[in-house]
Design a protein around this ligand. Structure first.
Ligand SMILES: Nc1ncnc2c1ncn2[C@@H]1O[C@H](COP(=O)(O)OP(=O)(O)OP(=O)(O)O)[C@@H](O)[C@H]1O
Ligand SMILES: [Mg+2]
Length: 253
């Protein structure tokens, strides 16, 4: 059986009385980048957050339905949420490094999860993660500088290194390039290409060109519903739904 890495079934999300996601079912596979697109307010971030229970941190949010990681219900009472968020890492719109050194930003997760048996191994994990995030050459001589002293694009790669350091299986990215200039954006897109062989990646983006460049599958959301899901080339060149066509041709959003 070739089961999906993450499988969402009949997911509803409410903020108080207001429903933000309606009956969404969607699967995500390893080695695949899936783009979530749709107009502002359609529920992309809300849905993304269901995949690692980040909605738990929002007081009035309520999630219904089933989301399984490798077949295991992530909303089950016995699920360790800290562990879950290491397995399903997240990168936010605005780079949010800890106000700590570059080294500590990356070392923190492996340390609290007990992934290194000593300082040499921890240093190895930090180096490997920064290399994989394409940041090592720029920071290797200043690992004790503050993470917040880096440029925006470097900070975002640091946040990606931090997510990678705990050996995740899935990486969620919510508009990871929207605060970055075109050069830093291109760097992150390259990185997504390099990372996709190792993880399931789910990326929210407002940038249609970016979705077309980095993803193999695309899901189009509108008003809290999943309108259409398919290969990125089908969604962009041959959408079946009128609403999808209107959105990708820039008629609204
Ligand atoms: N914490 C919250 N409390 C109440 N309503 C919320 C909350 N977060 C989001 N919403 C509402 O849920 C709906 C979906 O919001 P969400 O942020 O998921 O949309 P989005 O597609 O990510 O939009 P954008 O592209 O602007 O980031 C919106 O109507 C929004 O106002
Ligand atoms: Mg959003």
């Amino acid at each position: 059986m070739n089961a999906s890495k993450i499988s969402a079934r009949n997911v509803n999300v409410f903020y108080g009385q207001k429903q933000a996601i309606s009956d969404v079912s969607l699967d995500f596979d390893s080695d695949v980048v899936t783009a979530l697109i749709g107009p502002s307010g359609c529920g992309k971030s809300t849905f993304l957050r269901t995949l690692n229970r980040m909605n738990d941190t929002i007081a009035n949010a309520r999630v219904e339905g089933r989301i399984a990681l490798d077949g295991e219900d992530i909303y089950a009472a016995e699920m360790d949420v800290v562990q879950l968020r290491a397995r399903v890492g997240m990168v936010f719109q605005k780079p949010n490094p800890f106000p700590k050194s570059i080294f500590e930003n990356v070392a923190y997760g492996p340390r609290i999860h007990g992934l290194a048996s000593g300082s040499a191994q921890l240093a190895d994990i930090v180096e490997r993660s920064l290399k994989r995030a394409g940041l090592w050459d720029e920071v290797k001589d200043r690992l004790s500088d503050s993470g917040t002293a880096l440029s925006g694009g470097q900070q975002q790669r640091l946040c990606i290194a931090r997510a990678i350091a705990v050996d995740p299986e899935v990486i969620l990215m919510d508009e990871p390039c929207s605060a970055l200039d075109p050069i830093a954006t291109a760097r992150i897109e390259e990185l997504i290409h390099e990372l996709k062989g190792r993880y399931a990646i789910v990326i929210v983006t407002h940038n249609m060109q970016q979705a077309a460049r980095v993803s193999q599958r695309t899901a189009f959301f509108h008003l809290g519903s999943l309108v259409e899901y398919g290969t990125t080339s089908d969604i962009f060149t041959n959408p079946r739904q009128e609403r999808t066509k209107d959105y990708i041709t820039g008629r609204y959003g």
